[in-house]
Design a protein around this ligand. Structure first.
Ligand code: THU
Length: 142
């Protein structure tokens, strides 16, 4: 696939301007390409109760799911200077639920895969391996 990383980074740089980061003063913007061609974005949203802060990736994943879901194909996130940064460990786990092992990750050292930046990940299939513990889908909702 011909992926325009600069365009994807452009979306991340744009949304970082909307970040709410008055405490850390470290705005972050994230953007991802979805398998249906959509671009989803997110920015960090902090809180006076510091520990409640939401990373940019949390917003991105919420948008992905609220807008109909899909699998992530490529992901980037940037700091206030617009430089590519690595998602924190918790956010790699969030991405892991919605991207495959070959999800392309923009990193300061080039494009890596999700499996490379989150080796031996824990995921939904680990739950399924234990009988009766599989993920429940909301398809049965009225
Ligand atoms: N942050 C993100 O939004 N994503 C990351 O992957 C790393 C950290 C945010 C959280 C906090 O608002 C600020 O960056 C400083 O840690």
């Amino acid at each position: 696939m011909n992926l325009d990383w600069e365009e994807l980074r452009g979306h991340a740089r744009e949304v970082r301007r909307r970040a709410y980061a008055p405490y850390s003063r470290y705005p972050v913007g994230a953007a991802a390409l979805v398998d249906d061609g959509r671009i989803v974005v997110g920015c960090n949203v902090e809180n006076a109760a510091y520990g409640v802060a939401l990373c940019a990736e949390c917003g991105l994943i919420s948008s992905l799911v609220a807008e109909g879901g899909g699998r992530l194909i490529a992901f980037t996130c940037v700091n206030g200077n617009g430089e590519v940064i690595m998602p924190c460990g918790r956010c790699r786990q969030l991405l892991n639920e919605h991207g495959d092992a070959d999800l392309l990750m923009d990193t300061p050292e080039g494009v890596w895969t999700l499996a490379q930046v989150l080796p031996q990940s824990f995921g939904p299939e680990d739950l399924s391996r234990v009988s009766g513990q599989g993920a429940v889908q909301p398809e049965s909702l009225p």
